[in-house]
Design a protein around this ligand. Structure first.
Ligand code: PMP
Length: 404
């Protein structure tokens, strides 16, 4: 399928906001949903809704089958060797907390080291910072260069015999940097360090094959890859999942229960206590199928071209500074304007129907490192066009005229 036609698949984009055609450039916060995803959820509720794994009746069997099918589709989409390596969760945040609490925490002794990077979203930073405090461990932070890339030689030096985990973003939600995860994993593994990848900004924007990356865990959210909110997934290597204790306790995660003890189900059920987000999983699978229609190289090129076009347009504006220039990046462009608060810029853009993010982008350690407290962030998706980018650049010029 052709990317040029993609916007027609997204009903929300056809509306006007503040009397202007909507220009949606806040895809790093959340993406819009194609009709295929909306139809999949609606059709599930209209034809198959029942609880999974419980009833013997027809609807329950149908719902169970659709839920299992969704797991297989998502597993194939991210290159997992087996569907049982995919755990459905609420979002990337929950997936990362799960790994911190039940994979890493039990292994920790005081003085051990947890390695994260300076470009992490709070979701892949705070769980490790808090775990380090709970277990009297040391949180080490891999530096980021001024261009917005990880300092890989520092990373290599910071992997020690005390390092119990490396947590790293595949793609930065602020700078758009695509980190060389395959190389990073290979490096960490030579030192026996497991790697947890935060893929929230990568899935849906670059090809992701967890088998090729070799990572131990990979977390992502449905809503950032054109799927529904409230559903995400954690890939975990089965050799790890089999040994991990449950995350939450309750129904749907047991084999048998007596008054004295409980035998837990195998992965992935062991990690999915309670009624799951069945419709969400089906929507997530529909989003995966939607994306599978496109050629990844074309998707990457499309979003990268938009980002280059945006940078070129913004760079010509006096007093505006685009932040970072990573060699490999997706369609995310952060910028600041002398004397103007990002919220004010975003408010003027909104009055022209243009949606961008303003604020700290849930990455305060990175912003502090860059000498900033707040940015404007424009982020592209599959449906954006150079016309959208031109409107953004014109909108920014107008904001400056209005606000200065
Ligand atoms: N990691 C990154 C890189 C993100 O951009 C985000 C969302 N902004 C998250 C994690 C958290 O995603 P969620 O809120 O869906 O859990």
């Amino acid at each position: 399928m052709k990317i040029a036609a993609a916007s027609a698949d997204f009903p929300i984009l056809a509306q006007k906001i503040n009397q202007h055609s909507l220009v949606y450039l806040d895809n790093a916060a959340t993406t819009q949903k194609p009709r295929l995803v909306l139809d999949a959820e609606r059709s599930y509720y209209e034809t198959s809704n029942a609880n999974v794994h419980r009833g013997v009746h027809t609807l329950s069997a149908r719902a169970t089958q659709a839920y299992q099918q969704a797991r297989s589709t998502v597993a194939r989409f991210v290159g997992a060797a087996d569907p049982s390596e995919i755990i459905f969760v609420r979002n990337a945040t929950e997936a990362l907390n799960l790994v911190a609490q039940i994979f890493v925490a039990p292994k920790l002794q005081p003085g051990d080291e947890l390695l994260v990077t300076h470009m992490e979203h709070h979701s892949n930073f705070v769980p490790w910072q808090q775990l380090a405090k709970q277990k009297k461990c040391v949180l080490k932070v891999v530096p980021v260069t001024d261009a917005g890339e990880l300092d890989l030689s520092a990373l290599s030096r910071m992997l020690t015999v005390k390092t119990k985990v490396l947590a790293v973003a595949h793609v930065s939600n602020v700078l758009g940097t695509i980190n060389p995860i395959k190389e990073i994993v290979a490096l960490a593994h030579t030192k026996g360090v497991p790697v947890v990848v935060d893929g929230a900004q990568a899935v849906g924007h670059v090809a992701v094959d967890v088998g090729q990356l070799g990572c131990d865990f990979y977390a992502f959210s449905g809503h950032k890859m054109y799927g529904p909110t409230g559903i995400g997934a954690l890939f975990g290597k089965s050799e790890h999942l089999e040994k991990m204790p449950p995350f939450l306790y309750g129904g749907d995660m047991i084999n048998s229960v007596t008054l004295d003890q409980t035998e837990f189900a195998h992965a992935p059920q062991r990690f999915e206590a309670g009624t799951p987000n069945i419709a969400g999983a089906i929507g997530l699978a529909a989003a995966s199928s939607y994306l599978e229609q496109f050629d990844w190289q074309e998707v990457v090129r499309h979003e990268r071209n938009l980002a280059d076009h945006m940078r070129a347009g913004l760079d010509r504006i006096a007093g505006l500074r685009v932040i970072g220039l990573p060699r490999h990046s997706v369609g995310i462009v952060p910028f600041v304007i002398d004397g103007l608060h990002p919220h004010d810029v975003a408010t003027v853009l909104d009055s022209q129907g243009i949606a961008v993010r303003s604020g700290h982008a849930c990455a305060q350690p990175l912003l502090t490192r860059l000498g900033l407290t707040s940015i404007v962030r424009a982020s592209c998706g599959i449906y954006n066009t150079t016309k959208d980018v031109d409107q953004l650049v014109a909108g920014v010029r107008q904001a400056i005229t209005l606000l200065k």
